[in-house]
Design a protein around this ligand. Structure first.
Ligand SMILES: NC(=O)CC[C@H](N)C(=O)O
Length: 314
């Protein structure tokens, strides 16, 4: 394994690994279920697969549909939380925790038990906190988030897919319940309908693996943005990575750490972001999901990549 690792900085070797990974997981593409609780997401072709690696220096290697935009859904939670943490600093931890949850990402049970303080920023309730904090600072959450994603990826066409937002808006009773419950505990400052609207729009942003991986490089650059300015302190960048490791794959976080061993975050559009410290960010996409809402082929690809390269935090 060490030997493989030491040779891997050569671009040609990385391309070969991506090619081998794609071939290896081919039988899994199309397996799993589409996220039909948001009808627009169930209209997507399940046979799609893309994998990109953006290195710390900004080179991008990719395979398959890695330049095709898809619905980022909960991947948005990583970037939105980073912006909220950058704005609020330590005080944000009074409103949201950093503990794992064994409950599904949209569960109400734990939230009631914890008096309206979500366990972590990657559950839907936790993401509503980030949205609320950004709205209090900027009047909008989705706008500063979109600006950030455009700047970090260099793609100024990144935008909200209105049909996906409409589709989620028509089926958002559960997220509305989460928001109202938090509001009843005083953990939202802005009106619930506005918070929900911003949340739904940020989930409906459409991006490719290429752009998502580029835009998350601040997590492997100790909090430093693409233009060299600092978004987060090194400590806070580390804390986001740690929170991803423990909470990013929901109730499968333990299984994912066992199989892959990288901080990661999934979304029900089928995307998974994974951070490889000091090396780069991987983003994989394939729409078929397992029962926890994680991409079946995506997780398998990250496992195959990590086994082939030895890249992991362990
Ligand atoms: N895990 C996810 O990607 C969930 C995001 C989705 N928009 C929801 O609120 O249910």
């Amino acid at each position: 394994m060490r030997e493989v690792m030491s040779h891997l900085d050569a671009a040609a070797d990385l391309e070969q690994v991506l090619y081998d990974v794609h071939r290896e997981i081919q039988p899994l593409i199309g397996q799993g279920q589409l996220a039909d609780y948001i009808p627009a997401l169930s209209a997507v072709d399940p046979q799609q697969f893309g994998l990109a690696l953006a290195t710390t220096s900004g080179e991008v290697h990719g395979i398959g549909d890695y330049q095709l935009p898809f619905s980022i859904q909960s991947l948005s939670k990583v970037y939105a939380f980073a912006l909220a943490l950058a704005a609020d600093g330590e005080t944000i931890w009074e409103r949201v925790g950093h503990e794992a949850s064994t409950h599904p990402f949209n569960s109400l049970l734990q939230l009631e038990h914890d008096h309206g303080i979500p366990r972590n920023p990657f559950l839907n309730a936790g993401a509503l906190v980030s949205v609320d904090r950004l709205m209090s600072r900027h009047g909008s959450a989705v706008q500063p988030l979109r600006e950030f994603l455009r700047a970090e990826s260099g793609n100024h066409n990144i935008d909200v897919e209105k049909s996906v937002a409409e589709s989620e808006r028509a089926h958002c009773d559960r997220n509305a319940s989460l928001a109202h419950l938090m509001a009843s505990y005083g953990n939202l400052d802005n009106p619930v309908p506005n918070v929900l609207d911003n949340y739904i729009e940020q989930c409906a942003l459409t991006m490719s693996c290429h752009d998502l991986a580029l835009a998350a490089r601040f997590l492997v650059r100790g909090g430093v943005r693409a233009d060299g300015t600092r978004l987060l302190s090194t400590d806070n960048a580390k804390r986001i990575n740690a929170t991803m490791l423990v909470c990013g794959m929901y109730d499968q976080a333990g299984a994912f750490a066992f199989r892959v061993g990288l901080p990661a975050k999934s979304g029900v559009g089928g995307g998974v972001l994974a951070v490889v410290p000091n090396r780069g960010v991987l983003c994989v996409w394939s729409p078929g999901l397992d029962r926890s809402g994680n991409s079946v082929a995506g997780v398998a690809a990250l496992e195959a990549f990590s086994l082939a390269t030895g890249w992991s935090v362990f």
